[in-house]
Design a protein around this ligand. Structure first.
Ligand SMILES: Cc1ncc(COP(=O)(O)O)c(C=O)c1O
Length: 433
């Protein structure tokens, strides 16, 4: 493709000018590999975008999608339903911690962010506390690109352009000096959660609807919570009657060696958001999973029964083809024991990725499950350049890894072999050198 043919597409979160001068076009994929337009095989060190843990082009998903497209390509999302949406919801809630037992479908992580926080605000209104509207997020938190997501999220580049659209405040992130090169959960820093007491006190609990956090921040460079931190957040939320939302768009369905971070860390929030891995990335689908008492509060509405209890939804909420892709993906995760595989191989990945500790310009390495992030020393005044250069060097050498802010990120496919782990770690080491 020449540059003129590429102009029409305004690419998201991409330096369009640079890309169109030197495109990195992906034309095919199989298993843990991409194939590039220039005929190279490239190891997918990010499972797409944290999406495709079971490997690319899974025939079972293709068959399920194709069959569904022939049987029922679309059915109206409002006032009508199709059986698969109900079956999938049952299946999802059978995997979540017990009390999380109702599913509201979306199409993306950003829509989950808006949906979950809208449900939180509407819930408090529903039970007679309409002033509880403020949402507390975290600095460095990433919840997507919607107005809600950039408001509760803590990404400075988003704030710079768009400010804050929805009433929010922010807890500090959990990157604590002294915790560099922790393996898995850092041992210290639980107290960082106590700041939530101060924020809730400042705004008064009667004005606060929910706290939304990623149990492990992904896009900010795999920031892992200190031991006990999430439990502490949960305790403070309970104490002040504030809902706790876990944004598990990256952590759910295997990435951290469990179905959910809520199960792995034994902290049950009021709402869990999922997307990405639920269809192995093949078709967009997201879901907001809520506690029974939240759902029931809406069902006890005194409006006539034919009126929507929650006036919210998307044309493609519960799209039949997405539901079929999700069913097939969950089948693969279960049948092939991929989540167990991640759990078993995570310590091996951990020891390999921490070998990069002594490479030039590495300031920190963090990891959990099949996710790892490393912070690189910034060029003066230009923190994003070095990770970008490293990612580009890796690409040239046949490895796709992600640069985000001042970090390099790895989100290995769940099917990654030990020798592939060595290769991708060596590729990053070579690039750093
Ligand atoms: C934790 C988290 N939430 C939400 C999102 C947004 O998802 P989407 O890009 O599907 O809107 C992302 C995307 O990376 C994410 O990592």
């Amino acid at each position: 493709m020449d540059r003129a043919e590429m102009e029409a597409f305004w690419m998201p979160y991409t330096g369009n000018r640079e890309f169109k001068k030197k495109p990195r076009l992906i034309t095919g994929a199989k298993g843990a590999y991409y194939f590039s337009e220039d005929g190279r095989k490239i190891f997918d060190g990010m499972s797409g975008l944290w999406t495709t843990g079971a490997g690319h082009n899974r025939i079972e998903i293709a068959d399920a999608v194709s069959e569904q497209l022939r049987r029922l390509d679309y059915s109206p999302a409002f006032q009508y339903g199709h059986p698969l949406a109900f079956e999938l919801a049952e299946r999802i809630v059978s995997l979540t911690p017990e009390s999380l037992d109702h599913v509201f479908y979306t199409n993306s992580g950003s829509e989950c962010t808006d949906t979950s926080t809208k449900i939180a605000r509407a819930y408090w209104r529903q039970i007679g506390q309409p002033a509880k509207t403020k949402i507390i997020g975290r600095t460095r938190g990433y919840h997507g690109a919607s107005w809600g997501a950039i408001s509760f999220g803590g990404i400075p580049a988003n704030k710079k352009l768009w400010g804050q659209a929805v009433d929010s405040d922010h807890l500090k992130h959990t990157l604590l000096p002294g915790n560099e090169f922790s393996r898995g959960l850092p041992q210290s820093g639980q107290d960082l959660a106590d700041e939530l007491e101060d924020i809730i006190t400042l705004h008064d609990a009667s004005n606060v609807a929910a706290v939304i956090v990623e149990p492990i921040s992904g896009s900010a460079g795999v920031i892992v919570p200190p031991v006990g931190y999430l439990q502490r957040l949960s305790d403070i939320c309970r104490k002040h009657e504030v809902l706790l939302i876990f944004d598990e768009v990256i952590t759910a369905f295997g990435r951290i060696g469990d179905w959910f971070a809520a199960s792995a860390f034994e902290v049950t929030p009021d709402i869990i958001n999922v997307a990405k891995q639920i269809t192995n990335g093949a078709i967009p689908l997201g879901a907001v999973i809520v506690k029974g008492e939240i759902y029931q509060a809406f069902m006890e509405s005194d409006s006539p029964e034919y009126v929507a209890e929650l006036p919210h939804g998307y044309t493609y909420s519960s799209h039949p083809v997405a539901c079929a892709a999700a069913m097939a993906s969950l089948d693969i995760l279960e049948r092939e024991g991929l989540i167990e595989r991640v759990r078993q191989l995570a310590p091996i990945f951990e020891s390999k990725v921490h070998q990069l500790r002594d490479s030039p310009n590495v300031l920190d390495i963090r990891n959990y499950g099949f996710a790892a992030g490393m912070t690189l020393k910034p060029y003066p005044g230009d923190p994003t350049r070095r990770p970008w250069e490293v990612a580009m060097k890796c690409w040239e050498n046949g490895f796709y890894v992600r640069s985000g802010g001042d970090t390099i990120q790895l989100g290995l496919p769940f099917i990654t072999t030990e020798s592939e782990m060595d290769s991708v770690v060596n590729a990053i080491g070579d690039a750093l050198s």
